[in-house]
Design a protein around this ligand. Structure first.
Ligand code: CP
Length: 307
């Protein structure tokens, strides 16, 4: 398995064995598994991460910054492209070429699909896709897999109900593709009509469940999922009144689910999860976000060939 110098653009670029290796490496950074207080600061000391955020972010940007600094890297970059020379008309490709000269790894979020691939085609150093519009968000998928593995001790023979807009939700696209690599999983994509999973992301284990939002609890009771993966309505990629598309979950929803079923969400959540669910032991979305730190420490260490 070779990770040094590698781009992380599309979850389908990684085999099941490679994904498992990344998850195993993340355990080395997770205090749940590593009791030693030894610092990881020397892993990538002297290396620089450039974070190029053309679209807003809290978790991905800040956890990458934290992960990079925890393994000793310096960080450069921007989250306001208008404050760069693109404001003067410099192209995306030239901007990437310049940042490539100043850093050892590029982390890019951009509203356009395949923009991370465009960056990787120009850059000499590894490019990590931190979300390319409605297409994919592979490092989120890796932390989702890590969270499921940490909870159930396995990534196969699981039923996952993905609740929300399947059409524009990049983390659902990539999670479905990733779970297909493991055996016996079944994905139910619960969505309003017209927001089903695009054909290019539909795997053989995926089933569209197109329902009115009032039928959510009843539908979940019939599916009996191990994981409910909720998502916000990505209004930045949609037009018109989006409120009619929101499925709402609350503490009441738990009555319709198997006792062991966990609730995941990549966050941010807006109206789709009532805060009264937050203290339920099976609501693990904040722990899920924390896992992003360990996955990103592992990925940076791997692509730099330092672990
Ligand atoms: N999950 C996620 O990508 O969150 P941010 O948009 O805050 O980075």
């Amino acid at each position: 398995m070779k990770f040094k110098g590698r781009d992380v653009i599309d979850i389908n670029d990684f085999s099941k064995e490679e994904l498992l290796y990344i998850l195993k490496t993340a355990k080395k950074f997770d205090p749940a598994f590593v009791k030693s207080k030894k610092s990881n600061y020397t892993i990538a000391q002297g290396k620089i991460a450039a974070l190029l955020f053309f679209e807003p972010s809290t978790r991905t940007e800040q956890s990458f910054k934290s992960a990079a600094q925890k393994i000793g890297m310096g960080i450069i970059g921007f989250d306001d492209p208008e404050a760069t020379s693109m404001h003067k008309g410099e192209t995306f490709e030239d901007t990437i070429r310049i940042m490539d000269a100043y850093a050892d790894v590029l982390i890019i979020r951009h509203p356009e699909p395949f923009s991370a691939k465009r960056a990787a085609d120009v850059a000499q150093i590894p490019v990590l896709n931190a979300g390319d519009g409605p297409n994919q968000h592979p490092t989120q998928t890796m932390l989702d897999l890590y969270t499921i593995l940490k909870t159930f001790g396995k990534l196969d023979k699981l039923k996952i109900a993905m609740v929300g807009n399947q059409k524009h939700y990049r983390t659902m696209h990539a999670l479905s593709a990733a779970m297909f690599k493991f055996s016996g999983n079944k994905i139910y994509g619960i969505s309003p009509k017209g927001l089903e999973m695009p054909a290019e992301f539909k795997t053989k284990n995926y089933e569209d469940v197109t329902i009115d939002m009032r039928k959510l609890n009843q539908t979940l009771a019939e599916i009996k999922p191990d994981v409910v993966y909720a998502g916000r309505i990505p209004k930045e990629y949609m037009k018109g009144d989006i409120s009619k598309y929101t499925y709402q979950m609350s503490i009441k929803t738990m009555e319709f689910l198997p006792k062991h079923c966990i609730i995941m969400h990549p966050l941010p959540r807006i109206d789709e999860i009532d805060p009264n669910l937050d203290t339920h032991p099976n609501a693990i979305y904040f722990a899920q976000a924390r896992n992003g730190l360990y996955i990103r420490e592992a990925l940076l260490s791997l692509v730099l060939g330092r672990i």
